[in-house]
Design a binder for this molecule. Structure first.
Ligand code: DOR
Ligand code: ZN
Length: 428
């Protein structure tokens, strides 16, 4: 089966035709004609390599009422993703070869994106003893990213041991940087606003202290460290320093931390409660600058679906987390592309190439070139639409972008040449 994509603009550059055959890009050129091929009219659409998410909560097994591998995969494909890393804080926790293989198989069955399981660092995410990292790495799921996300690996000796293990496995520890002793009862960013709103503060130092500690440990061990959802200006400074010293550290920022601030907490609407919390305008500016200059390597969604009863309650009892997959690219277009901070190649680098490299995915994050796997998306950058949470593919509706107008619409997504999204509609 062949598909001929007519007139797309790879990385926003000159329009070309792209021929996809046997799951790979077979030709790129002007005015290609191929008898019998399915034709996709793509005039005006930007072609990018399929996006790769390093940080997705798919909730299966355990909370299939909030999301399943299938519904989350559909949301991902609609967002232009061809691979997502499924976080380990499921029930049961993905801390054994058996659970990561289960998630991997569910992803294959859904067939819309490559679902790449993340393995827990510690048994049950309890931060007491290491999980079977080697068995997860050797399993059919080939785990390379290990994370207790939702929890910080707070014990420095255990973190050091984890770094030593992942080094031997060519893996990486993805740390949720939060010193738990500094965030007991925390509800939002600590500052004047938290004091005025009467909500317990989550200080920037609780994140920065762990990042500072961990880059020192990663440098000492010579292992790879990845920092999840960086949220403060100080964290960007520490990462910049660590990279200048040659530490093998990478970092991600979420779409919501690039766009929203703690001002959102003013109305006590728990849709804006997230961990780490939304920060200040100065933090947002520093995160955008850090993503632009490469101090922050990747955008990762931290897509965190929650059932209505867990989210629509008073602020203090609501679970932290917000949806991200379907709007991530639109938010990056608004916050980075439209202000001129990133071009389309920069978007491809931060949302596909870098996350694929961090996760050691070989067939994602590849250039749009002949012979490469046909994992790609086609985006209409001029299209603007208002987000309707009821229309999202996710099983949950806790989108912080509800009612916002955002630019850019993913029109088509292809996974190994097969359309997973055609004309804005998921194909399964
Ligand atoms: O807001 C968050 N939600 N932060 C996390 O670290 C975990 C996530 C979740 O699982 O809901
Ligand atoms: Zn987290």
């Amino acid at each position: 089966m062949s598909t001929l994509i007519k007139g797309a603009r790879p990385y926003g550059e000159d329009a070309v035709d792209i021929l996809v055959t046997g799951g790979r890009i077979a030709a790129v050129g002007d005015e290609l004609t191929v008898p019998g091929a399915d034709v996709v009219e793509a005039a005006g659409l930007v072609a990018l390599p399929g996006l790769v998410d390093l940080h997705t909560h798919l909730r299966e097994p355990g909370r299939e009422d909030a999301e399943t591998v299938e519904t989350g995969s559909r949301a991902a494909a609609l967002g232009g993703y061809t691979a997502v890393h499924a976080m380990a804080n499921t029930d049961p926790v993905a801390d054994t070869a058996g659970v990561v293989e289960q998630v991997w198989r569910l992803g294959r069955h859904a067939g819309l994106v490559d679902v790449v399981p993340v393995g827990a660092v510690t048994v049950g995410l309890r931060g007491e003893r290491l999980a079977e990292l080697g068995a997860m790495a050797d399993s059919a799921a080939r785990v390379r990213v290990f994370s207790d996300d939702g929890h910080c690996v707070a014990d420095p000796a255990l973190m050091r041991r984890a770094l030593e293990y992942v080094k031997a496995l060519d893996g990486v520890v993805a740390q949720h940087a939060e010193e738990p002793r500094l965030t007991v009862g925390a509800q939002m960013n600590e500052g004047d606003r938290s004091a005025r709103l009467g909500l317990t503060g989550w200080p920037a130092a609780a994140e920065e202290a762990v990042i500072a500690r961990d880059v020192l440990l990663a440098g000492h061990v010579g292992a790879r460290l990845h920092v999840c959802h960086v949220s403060t200006a100080g964290s960007v400074e520490i990462l910049r320093w660590a990279k200048s010293r040659g530490v093998q550290v990478t970092a991600e920022v979420t779409p919501h931390h690039l766009l929203l601030t703690d001002e959102c907490a003013e109305g006590y609407d728990p849709v804006y409660k997230v961990n780490p919390p939304l920060r200040t305008e100065a933090d947002v500016q520093a995160l955008r600058a850090g993503l632009a200059d490469g101090t922050i390597d990747a955008v990762a969604t931290d897509h965190a679906p929650h059932a209505v009863e867990d989210k629509e309650s008073e602020w203090a009892s609501a679970r932290p987390g917000m949806l991200g997959l379907e709007q991530a690219l639109a938010v990056v277009v608004q916050t980075m592309v439209e202000p001129g901070l990133l071009d389309w190649r920069g978007v491809a680098e931060r949302m596909s190439v870098a996350p694929a490299a961090i996760g050691r995915l070989e067939s994602h994050g590849r250039p749009l070139a002949v012979g490469e796997p046909a994992n790609l998306l086609l985006l209409d950058p001029a299209h603007r639409a208002t987000v309707d949470p009821a229309a999202l593919a996710s099983r949950s509706c806790n989108s912080p972008y509800a009612g916002r107008e955002l630019p850019g619409r993913v029109v088509h997504t292809f996974l190994r040449g097969a359309p997973t999204v055609l004309d804005g509609k998921a194909q399964r």
